[in-house]
Design a protein around this ligand. Structure first.
Ligand code: TRP
Length: 441
């Protein structure tokens, strides 16, 4: 009998623990800055509601109705063998995400250590910038990443992921409070007005194909859809979990956390004259500055990075579990062997993608260094591709009796099904074609 989640609260928390992560704190601000602000934010929110929520409902439904995870879900639904390709796309996307996600978690660990050592108190923007680039250009960040993989491997090996999820119950509200503190502190900064304009005041001309592709990709990445994670979580739901309501609540909470992170960090960017387009360093260059003018500021910086480290670690556990399930199916051996094998493969491949920061700096793929390329391919292409197939599967192939059995049959469900059958596939395909320049709109 498959384990089920007892309380409704636990259901939200577990789904949120996969959704909320460094995507909110690191990826959302980074991409928003790089893509010019409000237009990107607007398309991201729109994508979350029009494409994200319907797909989240699909994945939860597939998971709960089969009580299985990505590697077996299509078989259990008696789909043609070819559908297993979708599982493999998801598994590949999930793996590639791990490759760069563990790097970012490693940066967070590194900054936690720096904050504890007092190296981030009373910083200047220039000093912070130098700190960030020396970290990313050294082997230190590779060591930090290896450490992250060891920590996550250990959690997996010990089978204490559930215990950690319970701890999140206490830590998540604390984290939210901390984020609110940064936000309220940012309201007083001179750059607050400018930041709000940047985030929310847009003109239509700022919406380019590149912005749309990237915003849709972020919506997938944020909700962990297209990567099979949510199928697995759906399999833990009980019969009385209200799937549509859970999906809406999770998506809404996730967007709110992202916006809060944006409203907390961008005022710092504008007040201190930093570049919103600076890229991956944005989170790391702003948090210490945000706290610098508060009494006992460094304590806040430590707490912030500590909690970010925890949230990043649990999201990584969620990602690694998908890979672990695959390894278990394909490889026999002790648990330690399988975890070590997985960690080894991950580290080996990461080693290659990390290099652009140090040795092979200038080798580019489709105009991006390998590290960014892995991020773009997985979030912007593989996740939406898997999502497209999932929408087609649930909308057109899966038996409607299963759907109605899981979700009931009322106006809302019929509207959802319409969206899944027509709107989601059309949007994803148009965004793709538009993104690669085949059509223009
Ligand atoms: N959604 C998480 C975040 O925003 C990251 C994440 C966890 C994820 N599991 C995933 C992303 C699966 C894509 C697929 O940080």
């Amino acid at each position: 009998m498959k384990e089920q989640l007892s309380s409704r609260f636990m259901v939200y928390l577990v789904a949120l623990s996969s959704a909320v992560g460094l995507g909110n704190l690191w990826k959302f601000p980074t991409l928003t800055g790089e893509n010019g602000g409000a237009a990107f934010v607007f398309i991201y929110i729109l994508s979350t509601f029009i494409v994200g929520i319907p797909l989240l409902i699909c994945e939860f439904t597939m998971g709960r109705s089969t009580k299985s995870d990505v590697s077996t879900v299509f078989t259990k639904l008696r789909a043609h063998k070819a559908w297993n390709i979708v599982s493999w796309i998801s598994i590949l996307a999930n793996f590639l995400i791990l490759v760069f996600y563990t790097v970012i978690v490693g940066w967070v660990y590194t900054y936690l250590l720096k904050a504890i050592k007092g190296q981030l108190s009373n910083p200047s923007p220039e000093a912070l910038d130098a700190t960030f680039s020396s970290m990313t250009n050294s082997y230190g960040s590779f060591i930090a990443q290896a450490f992250v993989i060891i920590v996550v491997g250990f959690i997996l090996y010990k089978g204490i992921a559930k215990g950690i999820e319970a701890a999140l119950r206490i830590l998540s509200p604390i984290f939210l409070v901390l984020l609110m503190i940064v936000f309220f502190n940012s309201i007083r900064l001179d750059g607050f007005g400018e930041a709000m304009n940047f985030l929310f005041k847009f003109d239509l001309s700022a919406i380019t194909p590149a912005v749309i592709v990237s915003a849709l990709g972020l919506a997938f990445f944020k909700l962990s859809i297209g990567s099979a994670a949510m199928i697995t979580y759906g399999s833990y739901f009980t019969k009385d979990t209200d799937i549509p309501k859970t999906a809406v609540t999770v998506a809404f909470a996730d967007v709110v956390v992202s916006l809060l992170a944006g409203m907390a960090l961008f005022p710092v960017v504008f007040t201190f004259g930093l570049q919103p387009t600076q890229g991956a360093g944005l989170l790391f260059n702003t948090v210490p500055l945000a706290f610098a003018n508060l009494p006992g500021g460094n304590i806040f910086t430590i707490a912030f990075f500590a909690l970010a480290a925890i949230i990043g670690t649990t999201a990584t556990v969620a990602l690694l579990q998908v890979q672990y399930a695959v390894i278990c199916e394909k490889v026999s051996g002790s648990k330690l062997f399988k975890v070590a094998l997985l960690g080894g493969i991950l580290l080996g491949i990461s080693f290659l993608t990390m290099f652009p920061f140090s040795v092979f700096g200038n080798i580019t793929f489709a105009g991006e260094v390998l590290f960014d390329f892995v991020d773009t391919v997985s979030s912007d292409y593989l996740l939406p591709l898997a999502g497209l197939f999932i929408a087609i599967f649930v909308g057109w192939i899966m038996k409607h009796t299963i759907i109605h059995d899981e979700l009931g049959n009322n106006k809302i469900i019929r509207a959802w099904l319409f969206t899944v059958r027509y709107i989601v596939p059309i949007i994803v395909v148009l965004v793709f074609l538009n993104g690669i320049g085949i059509i223009k709109f």
